[in-house]
Structures are given as structure tokens and as C-alpha cells.
Design a protein around this ligand. Structure first.
Ligand SMILES: [Zn+2]
Length: 125
């Protein structure tokens, strides 16, 4: 009787040891799924944040039903609808600036100065 119990216990232990590699695999798989889930949740949050806005070809965003440009960076990273400065003439172009993060958006690209090697704007006239 006692030897049978010992035998059962040994078999149980052997089975447990056989399960260890599988257990490690499952732990690794679980960690990978958690990472993947976190990534998907971040993407979903970003998509939800961007819902209700549209992206301008100039890089800034508009909230639905509003024609006031807001900073895409601040909106996407901090969910802040920061209104950009009014258009300002700047080095032959027209720009708007985010007063919070300082990002510059060009409505018209700046004109390169004749004596410098600044890259040429896309819509040079
Ligand atoms: Zn900003």
C-alpha cells in the first residue's frame, strides 16, 4: 500500500517535470500575447483619438465641424486640441506654429535665400 502511494507520487512528479518545458513555452507565449495586446490597445487608442478629426495635407488636423487648425502632434500624443497661430509670413512662405510644442506647419513653404543652400520648397514660384 505504502509503496503504491510512493509509486503514484513518483509518477505525478515525473509528469510535473515533463510539463516544465511546456509550461515555460506557455509563459513565453503569454508574455508575447500580452505585448501584442498592449500594442493593439495603443493603436486602438490612437485611432479613437484621431476619430472625429481629419488630417490636413499640410500636417495639422481639424476637429469635425470646425475649421480651426489644431496641432496634430499635441492632439495625437496628449489629446490636446491646441489651436495653431494664425498664418504668419515667414522667409517668403507662410507658416503656423503650435504654441505648446513649437511644431511648425507650412501653408506655403519658405523660399530659399539666394546665398544659402537651403532646400527648395515644393511649390516654388
Ligand atoms: Zn503641438
Amino acid at each position: 500500500m505504502r509503496w503504491t502511494e510512493v509509486g503514484r507520487a513518483l509518477l505525478r512528479n515525473i509528469n510535473v517535470f515533463r510539463l516544465v518545458p511546456r509550461l515555460l513555452e506557455l509563459q513565453e507565449e503569454n508574455a508575447e500575447l500580452r505585448r501584442s495586446n498592449l500594442e493593439l490597445q495603443e493603436k486602438l487608442q490612437k485611432a479613437r483619438r484621431q476619430a472625429g478629426t481629419r488630417l490636413s495635407p499640410r500636417g495639422y488636423r481639424y476637429q469635425d465641424g470646425d475649421e480651426t487648425p489644431i496641432c496634430a502632434t499635441c492632439f495625437e500624443t496628449k489629446q490636446l486640441p491646441v489651436t495653431l497661430t494664425p498664418p504668419q509670413p515667414w522667409h517668403g512662405g507662410v507658416r503656423r506654429v503650435c504654441p505648446v510644442c513649437g511644431r511648425i506647419y507650412w501653408d506655403e513653404p519658405p523660399k530659399p535665400a539666394p546665398s544659402t543652400s537651403v532646400r527648395q520648397g515644393r511649390r516654388r514660384r
